[in-house]
Each structure stands twice: as C-alpha cells, then as structure tokens.
Design a protein around this ligand. Structure first.
Ligand SMILES: NC(=O)c1ccc[n+]([C@@H]2O[C@H](COP(=O)([O-])OP(=O)(O)OC[C@H]3O[C@@H](n4cnc5c(N)ncnc54)[C@H](O)[C@@H]3O)[C@@H](O)[C@H]2O)c1
Length: 390
C-alpha cells in the first residue's frame, strides 16, 4: 500500500484523534468505532474500591453508569451524588427491578461475590466481578456455564495480564531469551486494610486479596499450575476495624505458595497482611522487583507492583548488564478492568483477562488452604488458554 493512501484529511484526523483520546482513557488501542455504544451499567458495592472504579467508568466512552447499589444505602446515595448517577438502590433485587441495565460491576465484600454474580447472570446481565468471582472452583465453573448458556459474559479482576510490562515479559519468555526457565518469585503485602472485617473472615485472607495479583501474573507468564504446596498462617489473631472495633481473624493473613508449572518450572508467591510497607496502598513508590523470573541464560525483574508496574529489568547472557525496558504504561491502570470489559461488550475487542484464568487462580488459593490443612501437595484440575500474548 502506498504511503499516500494512509494519509488522513484534516477532518478525519481530528475525528480520529478525538476518538483515540477517548479510547486511550479507557485503555483501548484498537477497534475504535465512530459513535461508541454505551453499555448501560450498574455498580454494586459503594465502598473503598468504588472510588477507584467510578472515576474511570464515568469517563469511559463505552459506559453509561445508570445505577449504583449498596446495602448501606447512604453509601449508594453518596456515590450517586458524587458521580452523577441517576439511580441508587439498597439491594440487588431492587436494582434488578429498577432502571434497566445490561452490565453489573460487583465491588462488594469478597464473600458476597458468588451469590450476587449468580443472581445477576440468572437475570441475564453481563458481570465484571472484583476478586474472587466465586468462593470455590466448582461454584465459579457453574457461574461460567450459566453465563455461556445465557450468552452473557463473565470476567473477574485482577487485570495484571493487560499491562505492557506483562506483555514485554511474556514476549521475552516466548522468544526464549531466558534459556531454560527454572524459577520465579513474587510477593505482595502491606499492613492490612482497617476499614472492613471481611478481609479477615472465612473466604477472605491475604491470598484472594493480595496474592491473587502475583498468582495471575505468574500463571500468566509461566503457564497454568499443575500442583500446589503451601503453608499459610494467622500472625495477628485480633484486629481493630473502623466502626466495628476488635474482630477475630479467622482466615490466613500470611501465605507462602509453591507452584509447579510443569516442564520443571517452579514458582513461589508470598502474600500477607503483616508486611511493613512504606508505600502503603499506593503503587507508585515501590521500586523493588516484586516479580522475578530466572532461567539458564537470563533474568527478568518487574519493577514495582504487578498491578502498577513501572518497567522491566532484563539481563541475558548476550547483555548481562541489566537494562530497563517497557517503562511506558501506555494508558494501563489497574482500575480499568470493568471499563475494558464494557469496551469489549460495545466493540467486540477482546481482553487478555479470562474467567478461566481467574478460576484457575481461585483453585490455587483453595488448594493452598487444603495443602496447609493436610500437609500435602494438591493436584489442580483447572487450566486456561496459554500463552497469553498480545
Ligand atoms: N479497597 C481497595 O483498594 C481495593 C482494591 C482492589 C480490589 N479491591 C476489592 O474490591 C472488593 C471490595 O473491597 P472494598 O475495599 O471496596 O470493601 P469495602 O468494605 O470498602 O466496600 C464493600 C461495599 O460492599 C457493600 N456490600 C456488601 N455486601 C453487599 C451486598 N450484598 N449488596 C450490596 N452491597 C454490598 C458494603 O456495604 C460496602 O459498602 C473486594 O473484593 C476487594 O478485594 C479493593
């Protein structure tokens, strides 16, 4: 094709630039349609993380947030006012019976996701769920079967596989630059949330809240795990929670998980709610390698957290001096998963995130608990399409 046929006239260029700008805001890099269809969206759960999601959703050209919902109705009302959402409801039944919508974004307590996702899918809604999608692999697989039977989509956070740094690492591994891949390590922890008790109750814990990011990244880079061996513990048996006072911690707040990915590759993920962390919940200050992968001829180190990565350091036999790569975020932010899902519904542009991988990670977490309880390694049943290359 000749270069001149690529040229845009001034009007087309302005239109393309405006649309590209809007698409970048939602993380899109392709499949820009002229008048994006806005997906009528309801958000359930108006707590802490809704303050990260709603600014992205209300700016996304593929989303119309028509309702918000929380069993603490004052929270739903406040978020509706703050983000100019027309309708707010005190529970899912009222939301489903109220203003029509097609896409539910579930930002409630971890233990609430499964039954709310089930009810929304049964009512014919597409669902984006914060982690975990369900409380067990079997329940999650049933949700996925319901979604498929009803021709609806189901996705779950986190979206670490969507970052350009993940893409660089996946490409580098696929090219064989590390030689024979042997081992990987990832860690994520902080002092633990103090605003809600569900993080420390059955079905909560540091693995589904924090370890889930690393487990998604490492299974995404090294492939589905075949076996899990783990030790988990409770370091702080009582916690002080805002508005609630002292609570008992009944789910792990400290976890060490070993994964066998096959082909001899072994990785390790550690997470916990008792980690001194000078960077708190802000990702931008962390400069450590929180994910490292080593092979017979090379090393990869992800700079910062995998949910807010800042670059990748690569050293190989040919270039042993560590060199920093992939420092451009290219619009990626961890909060944009539901907006990307809405874009997929509107344009057909597929995500790298899949419910099959989210369910595999869920199985790893439940297997880690089983390994702790039995003292044995646990063989996994689930898998997902791999490699994940963009
Ligand atoms: N807070 C963060 O920075 C953060 C970041 C990433 C992911 N997440 C994930 O987001 C989810 C929510 O975490 P959070 O920190 O926002 O918790 P939160 O306690 O601040 O908010 C949860 C909200 O859900 C509401 N809720 C609970 N059950 C409900 C139900 N059945 N129907 C309607 N509303 C219900 C609660 O009243 C509360 O307002 C969790 O899965 C967490 O792992 C949180």
């Amino acid at each position: 094709m000749r270069a001149s046929s690529h040229r845009l006239n001034r009007r087309d260029f302005t239109k393309a630039t405006l649309l590209a700008g809007a698409a970048v805001a939602s993380g899109a890099v392709a499949a820009i349609s002229e008048t994006p269809r806005r997906i009528r969206t309801g958000v359930i759960g108006c707590g802490s993380v809704s303050n990260s999601y709603l600014p992205v959703l209300t700016q996304c050209p593929y989303v119309a947030v028509v309702s918000v919902c929380d069993i603490r109705p004052e929270r739903a009302r406040k978020q509706a006012e703050k983000f100019h959402v027309a309708h707010h409801y005190p529970h899912l039944n009222a939301m489903l019976a109220g203003e029509p919508f097609e896409f539910l974004i579930n930002l409630t307590d971890m233990q609430e996701h499964e039954h709310l996702n089930r009810q929304a899918l049964a009512a014919g809604k597409h669902v984006w769920s914060e982690k975990p999608i369900a409380n067990s692999l079997a329940a999650g697989q049933q949700l996925l079967r319901t979604a498929k039977a009803k021709q609806r989509r189901l996705w779950g956070a986190p979206i670490t596989v969507q970052s350009p740094q993940f893409a660089f690492m996946a490409r580098t591994l696929a090219q064989g630059a590390l030689g024979r891949v042997a081992a990987a390590h990832a860690d994520y922890g902080h002092e633990g949330p103090n605003w809600s008790s569900f993080f420390y109750e059955k079905g909560g814990g540091s693995m589904p809240d924090l370890g889930v990011y690393n487990l998604t990244t490492l299974t995404g880079l090294l492939g589905p795990a075949k076996h899990v061996a783990a030790m988990v513990s409770i370091v702080t048996p009582e916690r002080e929670i805002t508005e609630k006072g002292k609570i008992k911690v009944t789910e792990e707040d400290n976890a060490m998980v070993l994964l066998d990915h096959g082909r001899g590759v072994i990785s390790h993920v550690q997470s916990g709610f008792n980690y001194f962390n000078p960077h708190g919940h802000e990702g931008s200050g962390e400069q450590r390698h929180t994910v490292t992968i080593v092979g017979s001829r090379g090393f990869l180190g992800l700079v910062g957290y995998d949910w807010a990565p800042q670059g990748v350091d690569l050293a190989t036999q040919q270039q042993p001096q560590m060199a920093r790569q992939a420092t451009d975020a290219r619009g990626y932010i961890w909060q944009q998963g539901a907006a990307l899902a809405a874009e997929c519904l509107a344009t057909g542009r597929e995500l790298l995130v899949t419910p099959e991988q989210a369910l595999h990670v869920l199985e790893i977490i439940t297997a880690a608990r089983q390994s702790q309880a039995t003292g044995r390694r646990v063989t996994l049943r689930s898998t997902f399409k791999w490699p994940i290359l963009s």
